[in-house]
Design a protein around this ligand. Structure first.
Ligand code: IPE
Ligand code: IPE
Ligand code: MG
Length: 244
């Protein structure tokens, strides 16, 4: 049994964990380094975390890597981030085939370089038959943008006469989001001390348990994940009902 599996033995493991990986910039600056140094360190943590969450028995893992609002940052920071994505996704392709991980990049493709889109398509295509962990990386993702894109898809179907207004249901909307076919997150972790969702999965997080930690993403590790899972185990999920 892996170390993490030992540590979470007997606990209720959330099926889907989503993470806002925040605090890279501050982590670097605290050490007198440029913000981008923190992003490189953060990318390594994601790489390790994929294996850890999978060993813990988590089935879906969704991480927020770049929001639709992050384009507001300096050209230099954005360009370093996208270079890191290109390198990371190539590595992920190989690792996912070794570890049976199915990958999706969620978010809008608009504004992404063609080369990156090619890598994304290849990654999704290559890993689509994998049956282990489902790993979603949110790049150029915004929750409101996702809802706009979902509404547009539904409108196209409506105008084509494939559906009527009565067919529009919560299910249909979910099926037109970027996480179609996946369960909603059970646990959402945000590192870096801020307590907000910053446009991350607003539709899907309706009944998710939130866990906020001051630990910056580059310092997040197996033991921090165990703490979050333990906290999750102490929560009473009522979904609007009453516990008898
Ligand atoms: C999260 O860390 C990574 C991205 C948003 C790309 P930040 O870069 O937001 O780090 P802080 O919050 O400024 O410390
Ligand atoms: C959220 O972090 C986005 C990612 C982690 C990718 P931000 O650092 O962009 O969020 P705000 O600006 O503090 O809300
Ligand atoms: Mg931040």
């Amino acid at each position: 049994m892996s170390e993490i599996a030992e540590k979470v033995k007997g606990l209720n493991i959330p099926k889907h964990v989503a993470v806002i990986m925040d605090g890279n910039g501050r982590w670097a600056q605290e050490q007198g380094q440029p913000r981008t140094y923190g992003h490189a360190a953060g990318a390594e943590v994601v790489e390790n975390m994929v294996e850890i969450v999978s060993d813990a028995g988590i089935e879906f893992f969704t991480v927020y890597a770049f929001s639709t609002e992050n384009w507001k940052r300096s050209e230099e920071e954005v360009s370093v981030l996208f270079s890191l994505f290109a390198v990371y996704l190539q590595k992920l392709m190989k690792k996912s085939m070794e570890n049976n991980v199915r990958c999706f990049i969620i978010g809008s493709r608009e504004g992404l370089d063609k080369e990156l889109i090619d890598v994304i398509n290849e990654l999704e295509e290559k890993t689509k038959e994998n049956t282990g962990l489902t790993f979603n990386i949110a790049i150029n993702y915004g929750g409101r943008d996702e809802i706009v894109r979902a509404v547009k898809k539904i409108a196209v179907d409506l105008i084509a006469g494939n559906i009527t207004p009565e067919d529009i249901s919560e299910n249909l909307i979910s099926e037109n989001t970027d996480t179609a076919g996946m369960p909603d997150p059970d646990l959402m972790i945000r590192t870096g001390g801020e307590e907000r969702i910053s446009n991350f999965l607003p539709w899907q997080l309706a009944y998710t348990e939130f866990y906020f930690t001051d630990v910056n993403w580059p310092d997040f590790d197996e033991d921090e994940l165990v703490k979050a899972i333990k906290k999750f185990n102490g929560r009473e999920r009522r979904f609007g009902g009453v516990i008898k």
